[in-house]
Ligand binder design. Structure first.
Ligand SMILES: CC(C)(COP(=O)(O)OP(=O)(O)OC[C@H]1O[C@@H](n2cnc3c(N)ncnc32)[C@H](O)[C@@H]1OP(=O)(O)O)[C@@H](O)C(=O)NCCC(=O)NCCS
Length: 174
């Protein structure tokens, strides 16, 4: 149902583990710039990061992967693959700020899209992003997804404002 591990030229994506807690907290979970367009507030304690990882590990409809540098094995971020609707794959991703703009998430997502399109029971892979999250929209474009439209007042991104925000929807279908 989910890949065990994914490899790209620069990254290894392997299932998240409680041992990642300290690195995730230090690298990005407490960074307000990283979490700006996410659905959760920056973590203020390691305990919050541990609870988040436990929830990821307990989920039966999604799998979250830790992104590690292929050469240095340093933690760069995380990516979740969701299979909560039959026939469809969704995803979410985050990278530590020092790893931005090196092409890493486009590389990871390209691999996830390729894997998804090879699954016999998957017809569509896609996600949404805040209308102001230019980097995320570009990542989805670079991974070969189509910008299908604008969803008005689609999702609350509480670190920006407390009412639902307009979001782009991107997908690839076969
Ligand atoms: C979104 C995110 C994962 C992108 O990862 P990344 O590895 O830096 O992305 P890439 O380097 O593969 O590609 C980023 C693209 O956006 C462009 N970009 C980045 N910031 C930009 C900005 N402010 N304006 C215009 N373009 C921008 C880059 O130039 C690049 O495009 P290019 O290759 O055509 O030049 C990263 O910024 C992040 O973790 N953000 C915080 C978490 C988040 O928002 N997650 C997504 C929620 S939907």
């Amino acid at each position: 149902m989910f890949p065990e591990t994914l490899w790209t030229e620069d990254l290894i994506l392997r299932p998240i583990a409680l041992g990642d807690t300290g690195a995730i907290f230090d690298e990005y979970a407490q960074d307000p710039e990283v979490t700006r367009y996410l659905t959760w507030a920056p973590h203020t304690s390691v305990r919050e990061t541990e609870d988040y990882i436990s929830r990821c590990m307990a989920s039966e409809t999604s799998r979250t992967y830790t992104l590690l540098g292929r050469r240095d094995r340093q933690l760069r971020g995380a990516l979740t693959i969701r299979r909560d609707v039959p026939g469809r794959i969704g995803f979410g991703y985050v990278l530590s700020r020092r790893s931005w703009n090196q092409g890493l998430m486009s590389e990871a997502l390209t691999e996830v899209v390729a894997w998804s399109m090879k699954q016999r029971d998957v017809w569509r892979v896609g996600a949404t992003c805040d209308v102001d999250n230019v980097a995320s929209a570009r990542v989805m474009e670079k991974a070969g997804l189509l910008r299908e439209g604008l969803l008005k007042r689609w999702m609350v991104h509480p670190n920006v404002e407390d009412t639902p925000r307009d979001c782009w929807i991107f997908a690839r279908a076969r």
